[in-house]
Each structure stands twice: as structure tokens, then as C-alpha cells.
Design a protein around this ligand. Structure first.
Ligand code: ADP
Ligand code: MG
Length: 207
């Protein structure tokens, strides 16, 4: 993945958040406060503006800028969590390109940042339930010597499955946890937006 593809990925995430704003907000209205779609749209719109004219010498700089902008522009839990994911991922990537194995290691650092900040583990009904299977699939594919495009496609499918699999879970972190057993039967909004992030990566890398 080069700098141009990294920018294109972030733009593709912004477009996906625009398109899915109402869906994400609907999911958050069932088990949260109905702002997840608006939060993600606002955050990635701000990222688009911040990257416009931003000169980056490396893939990592684009991702760190993305994360910093999300942290500063999104109120709500998901902004700092996604911001940390992109910042911690970007900090691992110093060159003008990143191969599949470098990306896999960097994404793992991103996940570690999310878990350090939010203390969620798989099964808590959060974005971690999409991130963990996505990064496991990405890493396995990368270690098998497959391209970033193949790794990203497998990650996107795993994230989508992980998001769907949050439906029967009871939330143990975030606002949805206040609902207790009433959170069961609804797909988690943050896991759903994570699936959009990896679907965008797969689309960008395959073209
Ligand atoms: P808020 O909950 O503050 O309104 P959002 O609606 O934007 O923020 O984001 C909600 C999403 O954030 C949840 O669906 C969940 O996936 C994610 N989330 C909340 N708390 C945590 C946490 N501690 N760790 C990981 N993800 C979390
Ligand atoms: Mg919310």
C-alpha cells in the first residue's frame, strides 16, 4: 500500500460513512444514543479536510493524521477509539509503502491501542468483535505470503461476519452495556462501522 492508496482508503471510508450514516445511527438508536452514524460522518469529513493539502512522506503519517483528526473532531466513544486505532497503526509505518506483513503488524498495534483505551475484549459487543477477526484474517493471509489485496478482502469478510455475530451478544462495554440484557438482539454499531473500514480497504487495494 502506498501513500496514494492510503489516502484513497481514507476517502473511501469517508464515502462509506456518508452512505451508511442513517443505518449506523439506526443501529445506535436501538442500543445507544443514535449518534454513531453522525459521529463517523463528522469525523471522516474532518479527516478529508485535514488531509487536503497535507504533505505526507509516508503511509504512517497519513494514518496518524487521520487518527489525530478523529480524536479532535468526534465526541463519543468511537472517535477516540478509532482515532487511537489509526494513530497507533500509523506510528508503526515509517516508509512510503507498506507490504502485507508490515500492515498486519501495524494493525495489531492499532488494536492493542483500542483495547488499552477501551478495555474491551471479544464478546463484549463492541468494534473489537469486528477488529479481532479482521486482523486475524489479515495476519494469517499476510503470513501465508498473500497480497495486501487478498489479505484485505479476507479481513473485510471476517469483519462483516464479526459484526453480524454481535447481534446475540449482551453488551459489556460502552453505552449499550447500560441496557443489560436488552442489548441482546441488535447488531453493534461500532462493529458495523469497522466492517465498513475494512470493506473500503479491500475495495481500494483490489483496484
Ligand atoms: P457513544 O457510545 O459515546 O455514543 P458512538 O455511538 O459513536 O459513541 O460509538 C458507539 C460504539 O463504540 C459502540 O457500538 C461500540 O462498538 C464502540 N465502543 C463503545 N465503548 C467501547 C469500548 N470500551 N471499547 C471498544 N469499543 C467501544
Ligand atoms: Mg452513540
Amino acid at each position: 500500500m502506498d501513500i496514494h492508496q492510503t489516502r484513497t482508503w481514507v476517502q473511501a471510508i469517508a464515502a462509506a460513512m456518508d452512505q451508511n450514516r442513517d443505518h449506523l445511527t439506526q443501529l445506535d438508536s436501538a442500543i445507544g444514543d443514535a449518534d454513531h452514524g453522525v459521529n463517523m460522518q463528522r469525523g471522516f469529513t474532518a479527516v478529508g479536510a485535514a488531509l487536503d493539502g497535507f504533505q505526507a512522506a509516508g503511509v504512517g503519517e497519513v494514518l496518524v493524521k487521520t487518527g489525530t483528526t478523529l480524536i479532535s473532531s468526534v465526541g463519543g466513544a468511537a472517535g477516540p477509539l478509532y482515532g487511537t486505532f489509526f494513530r497507533a497503526t500509523g506510528k508503526q509505518l515509517s516508509g512510503p509503502t507498506a507490504d502485507a506483513e508490515q500492515l498486519a503488524a501495524a494493525f495489531d498495534a492499532g488494536l492493542a491501542g483500542v483495547q488499552k483505551l477501551g478495555a474491551a475484549v471479544p464478546g463484549d459487543k463492541t468494534m473489537v468483535d469486528a477488529l479481532v477477526p479482521a486482523l486475524a484474517a489479515f495476519g494469517e493471509s499476510a503470513r501465508a505470503g498473500e497480497s495486501e489485496a487478498v489479505a484485505a478482502e479476507k479481513a473485510a469478510v471476517a469483519a462483516e461476519t464479526g459484526a453480524q455475530d454481535t447481534t446475540p451478544l449482551q453488551a459489556r462495554k460502552g453505552r449499550a452495556s447500560y441496557l443489560g440484557a436488552r442489548s441482546i438482539g441488535h447488531q453493534d454499531p461500532g462493529a458495523t462501522s469497522t466492517a465498513l473500514v475494512f470493506r473500503a480497504l479491500a475495495e481500494v487495494l483490489k483496484s
